[in-house]
Design a protein around this ligand. Sequence first.
Ligand code: ARG
Length: 406
Amino acid sequence: MPETTRVALAFSGGLDTTVCVPLLEEEYGYDEVIGVTVDVGQPAKEFDEAEETAAALGVEQHVVDAREEFAELCLRSVKANATYQGYPLGTALARPVIAKAIRDVALAEDCDALAHGCTGKGNDQLRFEAVWRDSPLEVVAPVRELGLTREWEKAYAEDRGLPLEGGDEGRYSIDTNIWSRSIEGSELEDPATIPEDDIYDWTDDPSGKEPELVEIEFDAGQPVALDGEPVGPVELIEGLNERAGAHGVGRTDMMEDRMLGLKVRENYEHPAATVLLTAHEALEQLVLTQEERQFKQQVDQQWALKGYQGLIDAPFVDALEGFIETTNERVTGTVTVKLEGGHCRPVGRESAYAVYSESAASFDEETVTGAITQEDATGVAKYHGFQSRLANRAIESARQGANTDE
Ligand code: ARG
């Protein structure tokens, strides 16, 4: 008897992944499709829908809980102050976590191949395949490879009587995990369209809301306590999404440059990410030297780019993290942020590693370390801008020379 072939499909129960099931059997010839859904903090409703759709399709469905692992990666991104063009990378960082979990299920279940329902336009195909192509399994992408459009998929699904979450795909394409909620599509595709309030789910209209203070304690760059109470990563992020979301904190409406060059209009909600990134950076401002801060901005930007590309496993990222970890050893202390009117801003910070010296800043004491006095600055002030003055003088006299030559 010939061996049966199996393919593990990244399954959400949405239109793309639903039409993939019969296509993988009929067009690609796999005997069996198994669905894998990875929990990175999507709403419970999404799992119910995936389960129902899988059952209706007769697909064996696996659910992997990766929330803890994903939350830890999100906090790793905080040490790198990671945002890409202003976006805190929720979707991007979740992809390698999801891809690895699916690969592991596929290997454990003796699958021959891995499949996703991504189109050929987006970033996710690249992020998934960067992980999957390192495995011995085949990689297939039916929507991209067969050049399917949503219109075609809808007609095909109707034709086949495929189950489609009550037939309503929703107006927007939404991707949710604990770090961010991304909303795209429909009228939002026009960059000029001002979003209706109903696109938001995590962030409220803050008008009339009393401002609130939140104290976050960091240990070596890792947030460990909220208002003095120790919290784990998942609880911390979920708690801050609630609290800061109630103040309308963490909305982003942006033009995003995708990896393949396409510009796309994106709307995001990310209250916890905004709070943690703001607080972390405020503490770095206190404990790092100017040159460390300046160089770290470049390191952080490179980290965020790799995060966006779904390439956090690159040795380059390990090297960047060498610098990030070393500097973050001193990012220990507490920061108080104020949530007010859709904004989050630091209003207090303290650390045993503070480079700040009150006596030096206020000249209350004559000396700081060693015998430095105010008068010592006189020589520095004389030299400050010296080279520019020399250059300006040279430019002026050269021009005068050129004028008299005429
Ligand atoms: N553009 C973002 C990214 O590539 C998020 C896309 C999320 N997808 C969605 N259907 N809303 O990271």
